[in-house]
Structure formats: structure tokens, C-alpha cells
Design a protein around this ligand. Structure first.
Ligand SMILES: Cc1ncc(COP(=O)(O)O)c(C=O)c1O
Length: 170
């Protein structure tokens, strides 16, 4: 069996198109190609906003990857809305990029980091998760698929439970 992780063809074709036909700085060039590149970039933001069900397209912020994205949330939302005694929930099967930014935030602001355990089958203990949620919970940050175990976590259920049991800022 061939064990290669492939990019979807449509992704490779778009990258190719970008480099060959739209390779210019976005948002700061007045020439034709820059305008075209900016339009394509902003169209992608709208596509992603629709896909995610975002309230406004401006809610979508592109980053270079997961590590940068989580650090951005931890240092923006975390600094603005979390205070000493508040709690952040992650799971035992997280990648470092979804642990370290929260540990640093907890240290900076005196928050508590709570960790959802898992069972012998490598599944999250949903019962334990439910008991961790309370009015001090500020963020639940859990991977959809574990890079270590391959476990596919029930994120839709996790989101539903978290929204039911916690105060929402929006
Ligand atoms: C589950 C998971 N989360 C986060 C990351 C970090 O991603 P990035 O390199 O985009 O920062 C990886 C990287 O392999 C990953 O497997």
C-alpha cells in the first residue's frame, strides 16, 4: 500500500495558479496583478467564512498554521477576557501547539489548565469532560483528530456541551 499524504489536486492547482498568474503582494500594491491577487485572497476569506458558518467574513484570520493560530487566540482572547481563577480545558491527547500557549497564558494570568483524560481505547472521557465545565471555563480547545493516536474526537458534541454549560461571550 502506498503510504503518502497527498494534497488534494484542487489545492495544488490553486497554489500553481497563484504562483504563475497572481504572484503579487496583497493589500498594498496599486498595480493590476496586486489588485487581482487581493481579490482572490479576499474571495478565499468569504469561501472559508461560509464553510465555517462565520457571522462576518472579517472573523476569518489567515495564519501560517495551527501553532500561530492558537498562540494568536491565547494572546488576544486570553489577554482580553481571562482573569485569575478562570479555567481553560484541553485534552490529554493534544499536540504541543495546543498545550504550550495555554500553559503560558495560565502562568501569566493565574488561570487553571484542566485536562480531559482518555480511556484504554484512546477515546476522550466525555463523562469527566462534562464535570469539568463550569462558569469559570473560558476556552475548550480540543483537536478533531489526534496526530498521536488517530482518534477522531466527537467535536460537534464537545462544542454542543461546552456551549450548553458555559457562559458565552458573544
Ligand atoms: C494535531 C496537530 N496539531 C497541531 C500541529 C501543528 O501544526 P502547525 O505546523 O500548522 O503549527 C500538528 C502538526 O503536525 C498536528 O499534527
Amino acid at each position: 500500500m502506498e503510504l503518502r499524504r497527498k494534497k488534494p489536486r484542487c489545492v495544488v492547482e490553486k497554489i500553481d495558479e497563484g504562483y504563475y498568474h497572481l504572484n503579487a503582494n496583497i493589500h498594498r500594491g496599486v498595480h493590476y496583478l496586486s489588485q487581482k491577487a487581493t481579490e482572490a485572497h479576499e474571495a478565499a476569506r468569504s469561501t472559508v467564512a461560509d464553510f465555517l458558518g462565520a457571522g462576518k467574513r472579517e472573523e476569518v484570520i489567515f495564519t501560517r498554521g495551527t501553532t500561530e493560530a492558537i498562540n494568536l487566540v491565547a494572546t488576544s482572547f486570553g489577554e482580553a477576557f481571562c482573569k485569575a481563577g478562570d479555567e481553560i480545558i484541553v485534552s490529554i491527547m493534544e499536540h504541543h501547539s495546543n498545550i504550550v500557549p495555554w500553559q503560558m497564558l495560565c502562568e501569566r494570568k493565574g488561570l487553571k489548565l484542566r485536562v480531559i483524560p482518555m480511556n484504554d481505547r484512546g477515546e476522550l472521557d466525555m463523562k469527566a469532560f462534562k464535570t469539568m465545565l463550569n462558569d469559570k471555563t473560558r476556552i475548550v480547545s480540543v483537536a478533531h483528530v489526534s496526530n498521536v493516536l488517530g482518534t477522531v474526537n466527537p467535536v460537534a458534541e464537545i462544542i454542543r456541551i461546552a456551549h450548553e454549560k458555559t457562559y458565552r461571550f458573544w
